[in-house]
Design a protein around this ligand. Structure first.
Ligand code: ADP
Ligand code: ADP
Length: 237
C-alpha cells in the first residue's frame, strides 16, 4: 500500500506548489490525478519518485518512508517505482526489445550492443511482457517505426520489467489519438490488476479517468479538492 501524508512542496518561498496532500492507494488499484495545468500534478509524481527532495510530509510504501531513505535504500526503492512519460522517453534508434530491457538499467550498462549483455531469462521475460502489451511481433523493430500508442505500450513493458510496486504515469495519453488513448488506459488498468501493482496517472481527460480509474484525486492550486472512487465523480465535478 502507498500512503501519502501531509505532502507539501514550494519551489519558491511563500509560493506553495503543494499543500497538505494526503491519500492512500491499495495494491491493484489504478488512480487518476486530475486538475488543470499548473495545479501540482507533476509535482506530486516527482515527490513520489523522489526527483524532488526538499519537500515535506511522509510517503510510505508498504510502511517504509521513502523520504527517510538513505542513498542505498533509495536506490532499492526507486527500483520499486516505475515511470511512464507523455513523450515515451524511448531510445528511438534501438529496437523494441532493447528498450524494454532498458528497464533493467539499474543492473547493466546502457551502451549499444547491449542486448548480448542480458540473460536468456531476461530476454524471455521482455518478450512475455511485449506479448502482454500486444507487441510481440514488433520486438525486433526499431522504436522510431512505431506509432505513438505502440511506443507507449513499449514504455509500459519497460516499466513492468523492473518488477515495480508502483508505476507513475505523467500524462501517459496526452500525445495519443482517442483510440490509442482508450487502448493504453485499458491496458494500464488491466495490468495493474494482473500484476497487483499501484498505478498513478496524471490526466487531463476527466472522462477517461472516470471510465478506467478506480480512484480519482482532484488537485487545484496545489490542494487536494477531491479523493474518492471514480463511480462517485459527478459529470460536472
Ligand atoms: P506540465 O503542465 O505538463 O507539467 P509545464 O509546462 O507546466 O508542463 O512544465 C514543463 C516543465 O517546466 C516541467 O519540467 C516543470 O517542472 C517546469 N516548470 C513549470 N513551471 C515552472 C516554473 N515556474 N519555473 C521553472 N520551471 C517550471
Ligand atoms: P501540473 O503538473 O498540474 O501542470 P506542476 O506540478 O507542473 O503542475 O506545477 C505546479 C506549480 O509549481 C506551478 O505553479 C508551476 O509553475 C510550479 N513549478 C513546477 N515546476 C517548477 C520548477 N521546477 N520551479 C519552479 N516552479 C515550478
Amino acid at each position: 500500500m502507498l500512503e501519502v501524508k501531509n505532502l507539501a512542496k514550494s519551489y519558491q518561498k511563500d509560493k506553495p506548489a503543494l499543500t497538505d496532500i494526503s491519500f492512500k492507494v491499495d495494491s491493484g488499484k489504478f488512480v487518476a490525478i486530475i486538475g488543470p495545468s499548473g495545479a501540482g500534478k507533476t509535482t506530486i509524481l516527482r515527490s513520489l519518485n523522489q526527483l524532488i527532495k526538499d519537500d515535506d510530509g511522509q510517503i510510505l510504501l508498504d510502511g517504509e518512508d521513502i523520504r527517510a531513505a538513505n542513498k542505498a535504500e533509495l536506490r532499492k526503492l526507486r527500483r520499486q517505482i516505475g515511470m511512464i512519460f507523455q513523450n515515451y522517453n524511448l531510445v528511438e534508434r534501438l529496437t523494441v526489445i532493447e528498450n524494454v530491457l532498458h528497464g533493467r538499467l539499474g543492473y547493466k550498462s546502457t551502451i549499444s550492443g547491449m542486448i548480448g549483455r542480458y540473460t536468456e531469462e531476461e530476454k524471455r521475460e521482455a518478450l512475455e511482457l511485449l506479448d502482454k502489451v500486444g507487441l510481440s511481433e514488433f520486438a525486433l523493430q526499431r522504436c522510431s517505426e512505431l506509432s505513438g500508442g505502440q511506443k507507449q505500450r513499449v514504455g509500459i513493458a519497460r516499466a513492468l520489467i523492473q518488477h515495480p510496486k508502483v508505476i507513475l504515469c505523467d500524462e501517459p495519453i496526452a500525445s495519443l489519438d482517442p483510440a490509442s488513448a482508450q487502448n493504453v488506459m485499458k491496458l494500464l488498468k488491466d495490468l495493474t490488476v494482473e500484476f497487483n501493482i499501484i498505478c498513478i496517472a496524471n490526466l487531463h481527460q476527466i472522462g477517461l479517468a472516470k471510465e478506467h480509474a478506480d480512484q480519482i484525486i482532484g488537485i487545484r492550486k496545489g490542494q487536494m479538492v477531491y479523493n474518492d472512487v471514480s463511480e462517485n465523480l459527478s459529470e460536472d465535478a
